[in-house]
Design a binder for this molecule. Structure first.
Ligand SMILES: [Zn+2]
Length: 227
């Protein structure tokens, strides 16, 4: 999944309105943000294998630290603790934990059975939505559209930048997604890692969106003025 993970971050703003969209999007992306680092250090690896599933040309045969069930739980706890330590926003920390873990759940639905339960475990799981390109696109675009709609209703632009920053990100993600779905396979394993590292740019971008948008009063009622 790709834009499906972003969907979780956008929708989370409704549940934890005081958390920045930067953190809320970093959470569901986290496993895929760590993955290129693990690829480059050689702790995990990937093979290019066109036709591995209908949707992806990647053979995800070795990613025990970022994408095992136990790994995902560990990263969830770590991210939530870090968020809580910085913000003391307890509800936000729960949402961050759930967001990080949602990555594993959504990947479990989409990947063929290549996801280990724990590092070194022989049992591999995955429901294989990726075996159908059409079903993948319908499901992923639907949840992405619903989540962006929810975020756009939960917040309002404070300035032109607040609208521009949001809709340019949405447009870019859809273009990248189309490239993923219909473009050629990546040229090398190394390029996969480098493109993956570029994904970190979405965190400051989401933070910038959030700074230029305000939560609507219906979601976060303003305290009555005391005088
Ligand atoms: Zn993933």
């Amino acid at each position: 999944m790709f834009i499906g993970h972003f969907a979780v971050g956008f929708a989370a703003k409704r549940v934890a309105p005081r958390a920045s969209l930067g953190a809320l999007i970093a959470a569901p992306l986290l496993l895929d943000l760590l993955w290129p680092i693990f690829l480059l250090t050689g702790l995990e690896s990937v093979r290019i294998d066109p036709g591995n599933t209908a949707f992806t040309p990647l053979d995800l045969h070795d990613y025990p630290y970022t994408h095992s069930l136990v790994g995902a739980l560990g990263w969830s706890l770590l991210a939530a603790a870090l968020f809580w330590g910085v913000t003391r926003y307890r509800r936000g920390a729960w949402v961050i934990a759930a967001g990080v873990f949602s990555h594993w759940v959504l990947d479990f639905v989409t990947h063929r059975p290549d996801m280990p339960l724990y590092p070194g475990g022989a049992t591999l799981v995955g429901l294989g939505l990726w075996n159908s390109r059409v079903a993948t696109i319908i499901v992923e675009v639907a949840i992405f559209a619903a989540a962006v709609w929810l975020y756009a209703r939960t917040t309002q632009a404070r300035s032109r930048s607040g609208a521009l920053a949001l809709w340019s990100l949405v447009a870019l993600l859809l273009v990248l997604y189309a490239g993923n779905a219909f473009g050629p396979p990546p040229p090398s394993e190394r390029m996969i890692a480098i493109a993956g590292l570029a994904g970190w740019i979405f965190i400051p971008w989401a933070w910038w969106i959030d700074r230029n948008r305000a939560v609507v009063p219906a979601v976060a009622p303003q305290r009555a003025a005391s005088v």
